[in-house]
Design a protein around this ligand. Structure first.
Ligand SMILES: Nc1nc2c(ncn2[C@@H]2O[C@H](COP(=O)(O)OP(=O)(O)OP(=O)(O)O)[C@@H](O)[C@H]2O)c(=O)[nH]1
Length: 574
């Protein structure tokens, strides 16, 4: 069976490539944005770190300046050389911090300007501290007075104020960088989430569309595979049907050529066994008397044994003139000619098919198997039964015609044509085997007078009675014929003259002692004369034999009738 539905159109198929390209572009954009964002973050963090460095250097500059100032003050108050050494060593730190601060703020001119100012203030402060230390080494009292009146405090206040301004500016810068960094982070996050989300949605739709198409493809593949299997099955079924059709046609042709019923039955059995090997059974033929059907042929293995001989009343198919099928004890009633079922679950089935023509039963097909037959098998069996029935009718008709053409209807004996056809054959056969063959020519005496006295119908009855006597007395291999009129011929193969003479005498005696009942009147008995001829050598022809017998008959008539004359002996003595 081919797929019943046409392939459904895929409305979204056209959008697949754009969707794929869009999702790829989105993912690429997300990737680019992520790289850009990472670079921005790196740059931002550098600037933040830079700001912290600036802040650190501001603190370091102020702290180093304070260290210089406190160690110088401690030295001036205590004159301890360690404090003087500490003072001397802390000066470069303050100067280098101020210098680094100037360098660090080179990227920011306003801040750099302040840093340079701070450096100047640090240097001024260090110069003032150095002047006081110098003065203290020369004149400690004057140094104390100068320290109290010097501008040191003012210098330090300006320096710390300037450092505070720088600090605040740098912190503002830091805050601005933080804010920009966070803004970019949010933007990037939104971009990544949106881009990936959108790409995922598109990819999901794409996958769904591909999955649907894949599922449809699998369905189509399955349907196609099934269609192929169905096609193969139907092709092999068609092939089987064609083969069966051919076999049936051949069978029908062969049936036409069958010489007798047995041939037709054997051929039918062979055909069924050949076409449906799973079933077995037999063909019955109904006797002309219609009182008994006998097995004529068997085929396969009979699963349910049927009787060899059956009365038509034993079979429901013959009684009703219809198919009769049973399985186990179920369904239709079981025919009496079948062996009993093993129980309700007996799987074996039986089918009786009546052979009928023109409402007349001719025979029966009785089939059985392990499993019920398929519809195609049933049809085949019915077809065979129909053809066989027709063949039986034809053969019976042909047989009737043949018998009619070879037999005399009044006496039931063979006619002259049959005699002429068979005498030749029998004579040749006996001559080949060096065996004798005898011929009797029999004529009822004064039959004309009998006819004239009792009527033509009584004459017919006498002829029929003589035919019956001859039929009863001759052997199967003998040929008893009505030669014509009241004349009869009996061919006795493999019979010599002496035996033939005895048989002729028996016949003459039997006819001479028989009476005829016709229209409630008894006539006879009638006498007959018989001429006998026996083949002497292998050169004699049927005509010669008949002539000798006829001459002997003529002689028997001449000698007074009611006698047998041996033609060969008469010839010998003549
Ligand atoms: N009833 C009847 N008579 C027949 C039939 N065929 C021939 N006949 C008669 O048989 C008679 C033969 O007579 P014939 O040939 O003279 O011989 P016959 O009277 O028997 O005398 P013989 O043979 O000399 O004893 C004729 O009268 C025929 O009409 C037949 O089929 N039925």
């Amino acid at each position: 069976m081919l797929p019943s539905q046409p392939t459904r159109p895929q409305p979204y198929r056209a959008y697949r490539l754009p969707a794929f390209l869009l999702s790829a572009m989105l993912l690429a954009a997300v990737g680019v944005a992520t790289v850009w964002g990472l670079r921005e973050f790196a740059s931002s963090s550098q600037w933040v770190e830079h700001s912290y460095q600036v802040l650190g250097e501001i603190e370091a500059t102020v702290a180093a300046t304070r260290t210089v100032e406190s160690s110088a003050r401690g030295y001036r108050l205590t004159d301890r050389s360690t404090l003087h050494a500490e003072y001397l060593t802390s000066i470069p730190g303050a100067l280098s911090s101020a210098g680094r601060l100037v360098a660090l703020t080179a990227d920011n001119p306003p801040q750099n300007h302040l840093a340079r100012d701070l450096e100047r203030k640090v240097r001024a402060r260090l110069t003032e501290i150095d002047r006081l230390v110098e003065l203290h080494s020369r004149d400690p009292a004057q140094a104390r007075i100068d320290a109290q009146t010097s501008k040191g405090y003012e210098q330090m206040r300006e320096l710390t104020a300037l450092a505070q301004v720088m600090r605040e500016r740098e912190r503002a810068l830091l805050a601005a960088r933080h804010a920009r960094s966070e803004h970019r982070a949010s933007l990037l996050t939104a971009l990544v989430v949106l881009g990936i989300g959108l790409a995922m949605v598109l990819l999901a739709l794409l996958m769904y569309s591909l999955w649907r198409e894949n599922r449809r493809s699998r369905e189509l593949e399955r349907e196609t595979r099934q269609a192929l299997i169905d096609l193969e099955a139907s092709a092999s079924e068609r092939h089987l049907l064609t083969e069966r059709h051919r076999s049936l046609s051949h069978y029908a042709g062969l049936l036409q050529s069958c010489q007798n019923l047995q041939e037709a039955m054997d051929m039918t059995a062979h055909l069924i066994a050949d076409l449906i090997p799973s079933i077995g059974g037999r063909c019955y033929i109904l006797r002309a008397s219609q009182n008994l059907a006998e097995t004529a042929a068997r085929f396969g293995e009979e699963k349910i044994v049927s009787a060899d001989l059956l009365h038509p009343n034993d079979c429901w198919a013959l009684r009703r003139g219809q198919l009769q099928q049973v399985q186990g004890d179920r369904g239709a009633v079981r025919c009496n000619h079948l062996e009993p079922a093993r129980g309700g679950d007996d799987p074996r089935w039986n089918l009786c098919v009546p052979l009928m023509a023109q409402n007349t039963s001719l025979g029966l097909l009785c089939l059985s198997g392990e499993q019920p037959p398929q519809d195609a098998d049933l049809l085949l069996i019915q077809s065979i039964a129909e053809q066989l029935s027709q063949a039986i009718v034809n053969l019976q008709l042909r047989e009737t015609l043949r018998v009619q053409s070879l037999r005399d209807p009044l006496t039931g004996l063979f006619n002259r044509r049959y005699l002429e056809e068979n005498l030749q054959r029998e004579l040749l056969r006996c001559q080949r085997r060096k065996l004798p063959l005898s011929v009797l020519m029999l004529d009822i005496d004064h039959f004309k007078r009998f006819n004239d006295t009792h009527g033509h119908a009584a004459g017919d009855a006498l002829l029929a009675r003589v035919g019956q006597v001859l039929h009863d007395l001759v052997r199967n291999e003998d040929i008893a014929c009505r030669y014509g009129g009241e004349e009869f011929t009996i061919v006795l193969p493999e019979t010599d003259a002496a035996t033939a003479l005895k048989r002729a005498e028996q016949i003459r005696a039997a006819i001479g002692s028989t009476t005829i009942l016709h229209l409630r009147q008894t006539f006879g008995p009638a006498t007959c004369s018989i001429g006998l001829a026996t083949s002497q050598d292998d050169r004699e022809t049927p005509q010669q034999l008949l002539q000798i017998a006829d001459a002997a008959l003529y002689r028997a008539k001449g000698e007074g009738r009611d006698r047998v004359v041996d033609g060969n002996r008469a010839l010998a003595t003549a």
